[in-house]
Design a protein around this ligand. Structure first.
Ligand code: UGA
Length: 353
């Protein structure tokens, strides 16, 4: 397999092409290569500007259909981003979450093993489990994972993702690479509840929504959990470093799981709330003291029974640097300002100003 960026005979299949990461990857593939794209998703509202692009073919379908899986596996490079990945759904929809994060990826991996495609599978930083506040760096090939009890259905997602990783790694003949994202942020992340989605989105979209609506930011269990937020542009650059590193054949690219995160961007969620309030005040030209103070809520009351949390998610970034020469570049403030400014511009109806 030779995946040169200037080869216009190559088609990459992007599953979950219409989602947050997929939409950024699609743009980058079209801008940085001469490849074609076979994009699969259940909706394409983020891709209005690409729907008539002659280098793209879109299929509105999901991986529950075997015929769709077979078709995707005909392409030499398959990037699978499709997943239910909002924590608010892990409790009430555990079986659906497991189907989306284990059954469907396993079927796709089986088909790719047969066809010889290189599968780049998106897993999650959440496979490191219920990390403690003082957990050290999470390292791909040495850190053990601890999960909560079966009644803590928060872990339905992480255990399904972990099983999918193990299934992929166990399939004879599959060419695979696993990506573990650490809290990617950027334009087009998630949704605004009541506008283009229902329920509770991940923290960035949830805080952005509250700021726009003039409501207090909710700090789950005091906002003590820590995350390393990573710009989606770094995520796309990582993928290009991966694609470039020997077209999936170089040692160190295949049969590897990679953390993709920015270890310099660590904050507690309470600190994130403070930063987002300040950025919002700046974007809006108002004094931060005019915004409502954050409110502490309990995780179980907010998300429902079975909620649990990882208290620290600090990636080791050494492996991506060593094998691919990749290091995330976007500082936290830059990533947050871009994301929040986009959110304000995209959703603001003026009602909250
Ligand atoms: C998520 C998802 O499980 C995965 O989709 C994904 O792989 C991973 O993050 C990621 O984005 O890479 P989590 O980090 O817990 O997990 O997602 P958020 O919902 O964004 O929550 C982050 C933290 O903020 C948690 O401690 C949560 O309790 C807190 N939070 C969230 C609040 O304090 N207030 C809110 O309004 C929302």
């Amino acid at each position: 397999m030779n995946l040169r960026f200037d080869d216009n005979s190559i088609t990459v299949a992007i599953v979950g092409c219409g989602g947050f990461i997929g939409s950024h990857l699609l743009d980058a593939v079209l801008e940085r290569t001469r490849w074609r794209v076979f994009g699969v998703d259940l909706d394409f509202y983020r891709l209005q500007h690409r729907l008539n692009d002659e280098r793209c073919e879109f299929l509105c379908a999901d991986l529950a259909e075997p015929v769709v899986v077979e078709r995707i596996a005909q392409f030499p490079l398959v990037v699978n981003l499709a997943a239910i990945c909002t924590p608010s759904r892990y409790m009430g929809e555990a079986c659906e979450v497991i189907r989306s994060n284990y059954d469907h990826p396993a079927a796709l991996a089986t088909a790719c093993a047969k066809s010889g495609s290189w599968l780049v599978h998106f897993s999650t930083s959440e496979i490191y489990g219920r990390t403690a506040p003082d957990s050290g760096e999470l390292e791909e090939d040495s850190t053990p994972a601890v999960f909560g009890p079966v009644t803590a259905s928060r872990w339905s997602y992480a255990t399904a993702k972990l099983l999918a990783e193990r299934f992929i790694a166990g399939l004879p003949d599959l060419k695979w690479t696993v990506v573990r994202p650490f809290n990617f942020v950027g334009p087009y992340m998630d949704f605004m509840p009541g506008v283009d989605g229902e329920g509770i989105p991940r923290v960035l979209a949830n805080f952005s929504t509250a700021l726009l609506r003039g409501e207090p930011l909710k700090l789950v269990n005091g906002g003590k959990a820590k995350r390393c937020f990573t710009s989606v542009h770094d995520a796309v650059d990582f993928l290009f470093a991966l694609f470039a590193a020997g077209s999936g054949t170089a040692p160190g690219v295949l049969s590897q799981a990679f953390n993709v995160g920015n270890s310099e961007n660590e904050v507690t969620i309470a600190e994130l709330a403070g930063k987002m309030r300040s950025i919002f005040a700046k974007v809006r030209g108002v004094d931060v003291s005019t915004l409502p103070e954050p409110q502490v809520v309990s995780g179980v009351e907010y998300y429902g029974a079975g909620y649990d949390d990882s208290m620290r998610r600090m990636p080791s970034v050494a492996k991506a640097q060593r094998l691919l020469g990749f290091k995330a570049r976007f500082p936290l403030e830059v990533a947050l300002e871009e994301s929040l400014s986009w959110f304000v511009k995209h959703y603001d109806t003026g009602a909250s100003s």
